[in-house]
Design a protein around this ligand. Structure first.
Ligand code: NIG
Ligand code: FE
Length: 425
């Protein structure tokens, strides 16, 4: 693979910084370099700096003929987005739920009436592994075109041993055909499936004693997730699932405090990589999370799509020193978007994060939420060459213009993967 030199970068957001999740004031430190260049080789970033230094570099002069040079036309370059919370393993959109919500029903009422997550299970159980893999691959490609290079992908719409393992297999199959990085998560504990409604302890036991051990043995998942909510799972059930995950060497993450308050403290002994949504987190729990490496992953796409007035308390979490990440929550029930640029817009307009904070939360902190911070999420020598070029002059524009795709080129592992003819205006 030839070396790749990105040059004529108007603004490079490096997010260079000390190792570990960014928190507090550090979250807003973008490590901007104007008029920059980045050299990639062997899939990694080799050097990062001013364009004029790259032009004077003797190695580059000597190898000029073999280096592929990309003129970024004065645009903005960011590390590839790390979308650390997605549910791509479903068969169909939930348009009935959508219309019922428009007519006034809540997410929970729709679920109780037979819609919601359980209704997605029918489609997944009937789908072949290949059909699911194709759908997953198509959204991964859509994500690449929007500047995303690493994605966490959950199962959770199968809700049986077979269908959850099939979902994880389809995630693996899609990941093998996609140049980016996929972190697979088992979300068997999304909701109790219909056939177990009156024997939920049996379903939890099956997850702990069958699904988790099999997924771990076959290396189909890196993490185990649980949806802790009224109508989904209780805290003690979640702790049982986390204990099984730990026993089998898998990391943990949870959906918690999305629609109602819950205590998160009982989860902390498992050192979850991330606690997600967190809309209703209590002040005591915020204090408890401060200074830890458990990420609070905020998913404002779900608030937007469910038409909620309340958004996750980003400012409170940041002020307390809790590391925050942003992700799409791509799923058919509450957040059907694959666009991290739109999530940045929501974070700024609805949660009052600055554009710089939102970008750090969507890149370096997303990487830490997946325990991938050592290799991804910032533009630094030695890290993976996952980058995206935007057709704007100022990085803040990526959060400012909303509803369109400003990404003109995506580079994964030092190779150009997506190219559009957006021009910087
Ligand atoms: O993150 N909350 C649970 N899971 C998803 C919604 C899934 C669905 O409705 O299909 C979420 O919002
Ligand atoms: Fe989710």
């Amino acid at each position: 693979m030839p070396a790749l030199l990105l040059t004529n970068i108007g603004q490079l957001v490096t997010l260079q910084g000390p190792p570990g999740p960014r928190r507090g004031r550090e979250l807003g430190e973008s490590g901007l370099i104007d008029d920059a260049a980045v050299l990639c080789h062997g899939g990694r970033i080799v050097s990062v700096g001013k364009r004029r230094d790259a032009e004077r570099d003797s190695w580059l002069k000597f190898h000029k003929k073999t280096v592929q040079e990309v003129d970024c036309r004065g645009g903005v370059v960011l590390p590839g987005f790390v979308d650390s919370h997605t549910h791509p393993g479903f068969a169909a959109p939930r348009l009935v739920d959508f219309e019922q919500r428009i007519a006034g029903a809540t997410y929970e009422q729709i679920a109780e009436a037979g819609g919601g997550i359980r209704s997605s299970a029918d489609g997944v159980r009937k789908s072949s592994r290949r059909a699911l893999a194709k759908k997953i691959l198509s959204v991964l490609n859509e994500m690449t075109a929007q500047g995303t290079t690493t994605v966490e992908a959950k199962s959770g719409y199968g809700l049986s041993l077979e269908a959850e393992l099939k979902s994880l297999e389809s995630i693996r199959e899609a990941a093998r055909e996609w140049p980016g990085t996929v972190a697979p998560t088992l979300l068997g504990a999304h909701v109790v499936p219909r056939e177990y409604l009156h024997r939920r302890e049996e379903y939890v036991r099956a997850i702990c004693e069958e699904t988790i051990p099999q997924a771990a043995r076959r290396k189909l998942a890196q993490f185990v997730d649980v949806f802790i909510e009224r109508g989904a799972f209780e805290m003690d059930e979640a702790r049982a699932v986390f204990a099984a995950a730990r026993k089998h060497g898998l990391g943990t993450r949870a959906h918690v405090c999305q629609l109602s308050a819950a205590k998160v403290e009982p989860l902390l002994e498992f050192e979850p990589a991330s606690l997600d949504h967190m809309d209703h987190v209590s002040d005591d729990d915020v204090r408890m999370l401060a200074g830890r490496n458990t990420m609070a992953t905020l998913l404002p796409g779900a608030n937007y799509f469910l038409g909620l007035n309340l958004y996750p308390p980003a400012r409170k979490l940041i002020a307390a020193g809790v590391p925050v990440a942003l992700a799409t929550d791509y799923n058919p029930g509450s957040s059907p978007t694959s666009n991290m640029q739109f999530v940045l817009s929501l974070a700024c307009t609805q949660m009052k994060m600055s554009p710089g904070e939102a970008i750090a939360a969507a890149t370096i902190n997303g990487a830490h939420a997946l325990r991938l911070g050592a290799g991804k999420g910032s533009v630094e020598a030695g890290k993976d060459a996952d980058l995206a070029v935007y057709a704007v002059r100022d990085y803040r524009e990526i959060a400012y213009w909303f509803g369109s795709n400003l990404c003109g080129m995506t580079i994964i592992g030092g190779k150009i993967r997506e190219l559009s003819d957006h021009e910087c205006v």
